[in-house]
Every structure is written in structure tokens, then in C-alpha cells.
Design a protein around this ligand. Structure first.
Ligand SMILES: CC(C)(COP(=O)(O)OP(=O)(O)OC[C@H]1O[C@@H](n2cnc3c(N)ncnc32)[C@H](O)[C@@H]1OP(=O)(O)O)[C@@H](O)C(=O)NCCC(=O)NCCS
Length: 441
């Protein structure tokens, strides 16, 4: 662990000194203004957070430490014989801020292999839930049960210096990420495969071993897991799961508590649950139309029916993005390479041709283009993973990489308790009546 931890600390010390200097010399610089509508409408466009690991551009999509997804696919280390990046490399990039060598990524792999033991009480806690519980409920319950292992909580309770917070958060981060695939796979096998569990393969990379424990030995599925775990990892700091993890972590809740909070947010249908909604919607469409491969005209009619029922078209739209999500494109390329003739995958592509003009014609949808969730399910179904209620758990395992790398930075940079100001509509009315000085001239 030493080498990566030392590199992270050295980088964080440099950035901390830079921030100190920036705040000393430019702390009063105005970087934006807030309109009344924004505080009622989800704080869209208000810059209020620093998140070092990635930055989202409305047109370009996500960049991790400056690198786009296609650039990462070309430059990050791969598994032996594979052509997709391994998520260990992306984690290193987000944490240390530099592209890893093959050896660096391999070091992360071996650290996670060594730290992946999950204590029995975690499985017992999951077993206490009805098997019918949603996989995300089981997953977050498992993470909470694992919180007994938190090094941060233990060290804090015995009196830890502020200077060491980052160190304990770093250790928890590595432990937690290492253990998540085992918990997720346990839930999958418990719920869908008669509780027939599969032991980890200590020789495989993190995502490859995850695929193995889920019960998928196809090399294509292992490659899909590497891609999936890489592209879902982070989407800058303001999305619900990243923000919730950061917010709860700012109370010095340990990484287990903070990550669980973020994943409860990921479980919402407007966030991570959308991937299961997409495939459910496509399955229902195929059943209603009684065809495996609906025509574009049939899809258009079905979209109108969905909208007419007051529902959103799942997988389309985004709070920030204003073009096709590059994560959708990466999955489309994977589909073209591995399964171009799959009718479900083709349906996803036909939906892509059909939906944007319809959403555009509504005149209110700010982004009519597909997001990451519009594609992922069809690729998983191709390999036999049809249990779409489980998809958000896959997203959650991946999202750990981003939100926990961020938490390491939060503590290394000594970010304080987050506490924005809120107001009442009564006060807003006073402002509008000129009864409060904030509005006065
Ligand atoms: C992602 C999402 C929550 C973003 O919300 P947002 O920032 O409020 O989006 P917009 O500003 O474009 O919304 C403006 C209007 O368009 C509607 N709209 C947005 N996306 C839509 C979609 N895919 N289908 C139908 N209507 C949509 C909104 O519901 C809203 O309608 P309203 O004014 O009647 O309430 C939204 O696009 C959505 O619900 N998409 C479907 C779910 C999904 O794919 N989520 C995963 C996100 S990664």
C-alpha cells in the first residue's frame, strides 16, 4: 500500500499548499451569481463544490483528470489479452492525478486482492433480509454491516489527530472497494442463483473477479465489466451519489457511512435506478408490440404512449449534459464490436434514432439525448444477466471508485463541514417586498 499512499499524500500536500495560496490571494473573487429560480430548482448551475477527480462539460461529457473516455480507453492499462481499460487504472488516475503505468495498476489490483476478505456477519446481516428485498437495499445493508471494520471510526474513537484523517480514510477506501464485489456478487447469487455462491479467484483483476463471482466466465462479459466499472465511476461532484457521499463525509462520518449514504441516493429512479427502468421499458415495449425488433415507427408510437401517461422516457435527458453521453457511445462501440446482430442491442440503437426528435418537439426537455443508462442493460442481457433489478448494484460498485477517491481528497485537503444556507419562502417574499436588506439597493 505504501507506494500509492505516499504518492497520493505527496500530491495532496502540493494541492493543499496551492489552495491555501489561492484562498489567501483570491479568496474574495466572485465566481458567479445566484438567481432566485436556481434555489427552487435543484441548485442547477450554482458552482458550490470542489471535486478533483473529474469534470463534466455540457458538450464534451465527462473528463477524468482531463482525459475523455476515448482517451482513457486508449491509454489506461488493460487486463492481459483484453482491450478495455481496467478500473484499477482509472482509480489510480483519479486518486493520484497521473496516468498509471501497467505496474501501478497491477499494484492496485494486488492491494485489492489482499484486502478483499468480507467477515461472515456481513453475509448473515444480508441473509436476515427477505430475499425479495431490492438488491440495492441488500447492498447498502451489507455495506452498513461492514462498517464494523472502519479504521477511521476506530481511530477517531481513540483520539486521532486531524492530520491523520486522510490516512485512515485512505485505508478504509482501499478496504471497502476491495470488498464490494464480493458483497454485490453474494447478493446476486443469493437472490437469483439459489444461493449457490462462487469463491473469489485471487488471480483475477478486480472487475474480472467480480464477473467470475457473479457467475459469468465469458471473456466478453469480463471485458464488459471492466468497461462498465470504468465508465460509471465518477461524474464530477454535484450528482446525487457523489454529493451525498461528500456531504455525509464532511460530518466526519467514516467512508462506510458516507458511501452508504451516497448509494441510497444512487438507488433513486432519477439517478442510478434509471438503468433498470430502461430495460424494463424496452421489455414492456416488446411485449406490448409482440415483437423482438420493433420498427422505428412502432417505437415512436410507444414513446408517445409513455409520454401521454405522464412518464419520462428512461435513459434520456440529463441535468448537465447537452449531447449524447460519451458513456453511451463507448457502450455502443462495445456492442458493435461484440454483438452487432443482437436484436435487443439493435432496439437500443433504434430507440436512439427515434427518441431525440420526439423529446425535442416537446420544447421543454433541455437534453433530448441518451445518457449512460440508455445502453448498459442491453449489453448485460446479451450475456445472460437479465435480472435488471440488480443493475444499479453494478453501478454502485463502480461509483465507489469515484466517490471514495474524492473522500480521500476531501480529508487530505481538510475540507470542512458542508453547511449551505437555506431560506423560507416567507423570507423570499420579504426580499421581494423590499423588506430585507439582501434585496435592497
Ligand atoms: C435526468 C433527468 C432527471 C434530468 O432532469 P432535469 O435536469 O430536470 O431535466 P430538464 O431540465 O430537461 O427537464 C425539463 C422538463 O423536461 C422533462 N424531461 C426531461 N427528460 C425527459 C425524458 N427523458 N422524458 C420525458 N420528459 C423529460 C422533465 O420531466 C421536465 O418536465 P416538467 O417541466 O413538466 O417537470 C431527466 O432528464 C429524466 O427524468 N430523465 C429520465 C430518467 C433518467 O434517464 N435518469 C438518469 C440520469 S443519468
Amino acid at each position: 500500500m505504501g507506494a500509492i499512499k505516499d504518492r497520493f499524500k505527496a500530491k495532496a500536500d502540493i494541492v493543499a499548499a496551492e489552495i491555501k495560496d489561492i484562498l489567501k490571494n483570491h479568496g474574495t473573487k466572485i465566481i458567479g451569481e445566484v438567481q432566485l429560480s436556481q434555489i427552487y430548482q435543484g441548485m442547477r448551475g450554482i458552482t458550490g463544490l470542489v471535486s478533483e477527480t473529474s469534470l463534466l462539460d455540457a458538450q464534451d461529457g465527462i473528463r477524468f483528470r482531463g482525459y475523455s473516455i476515448p482517451e482513457l480507453q486508449a491509454q489506461l492499462p488493460r487486463a492481459e489479452g483484453g482491450s478495455e481499460p481496467i478500473p484499477e487504472g482509472l482509480f489510480y488516475l483519479m486518486l493520484v492525478g497521473e496516468l498509471p503505468t501497467d505496474d501501478d495498476a497491477q499494484l492496485v489490483t494486488s492491494l485489492w486482492q489482499r484486502r478483499s476478505h468480507v467477515p461472515n456477519h456481513v453475509f448473515a446481516t444480508i441473509e436476515a433480509l427477505p430475499v425479495s428485498s431490492h438488491p440495492m437495499t441488500q447492498f447498502v445493508t451489507g455495506v452498513m454491516a461492514l462498517q464494523t471494520e472502519s479504521i477511521f471510526a476506530r481511530r477517531y474513537a481513540t483520539g486521532m489527530s486531524k492530520k491523520d484523517y486522510w490516512d485512515a480514510v485512505f485505508d478504509d477506501t482501499m478496504d471497502l472497494i476491495a470488498r464490494l464485489p464480493r458483497i454485490a456478487a453474494y447478493i446476486y447469487r443469493r437472490k437469483y442463483k439459489k444461493g449457490e455462491h462462487i469463491q473469489p479467484d485471487g488471480l483475477l483483476d478486480w472487475a474480472g473477479n467480480f464477473a467470475h463471482m457473479l457467475g459469468y466466465e465469458d471473456d466478453g462479459f469480463k471485458e464488459l465489466m471492466r468497461l462498465y466499472m470504468t465508465i460509471h465511476a465518477d461524474h464530477e461532484g454535484g450528482n446525487v451519489s457523489a454529493h451525498a457521499t461528500h456531504l455525509v463525509g464532511s460530518a466526519l462520518s467514516d467512508p462506510y457511512l458516507s458511501y452508504a449514504a451516497g448509494m441510497n441516493g444512487l438507488a433513486g429512479p432519477l439517478h442510478g435506478l434509471a438503468n433498470q427502468e430502461v430495460i424494463k421499458w424496452i421489455f414492456e415495449m416488446r411485449e406490448t408490440l409482440n415483437t423482438e425488433l420493433p420498427t422505428n415507427e412502432q417505437i415512436a408510437d410507444y414513446v408517445q404512449k409513455t409520454l401521454g401517461e405522464g412518464k419520462v422516457v428512461p435513459g434520456y435527458g440529463h441535468a448537465v449534459l447537452r449531447r449524447t453521453d460519451p458513456r453511451f457511445m463507448a457502450q455502443m462501440e462495445f456492442g458493435k464490436k461484440h454483438m452487432p446482430d443482437d436484436p435487443l442491442v439493435q432496439t437500443v440503437w433504434n430507440v436512439y434514432e427515434t427518441v431525440p426528435p420526439i423529446l425535442q418537439s416537446l420544447g421543454k426537455v433541455k437534453n433530448p439525448w441518451p445518457n449512460v443508462d440508455a445502453h448498459s442493460g442491453a449489453l448485460l442481457v446479451h450475456y445472460g444477466m437479465v435480472e435488471y433489478e440488480f443493475y444499479t448494484v453494478l453501478f454502485a460498485v463502480s461509483r465507489a471508485l469515484g466517490v471514495l477517491a474524492n473522500l480521500c481528497w476531501d480529508r487530505a485537503l481538510n475540507f470542512p463541514l458542508e453547511r449551505p444556507k437555506s431560506v423560507t419562502t416567507r423570507l423570499v417574499k420579504k426580499w421581494l417586498n423590499g423588506e430585507d436588506e439582501i434585496w435592497g439597493d
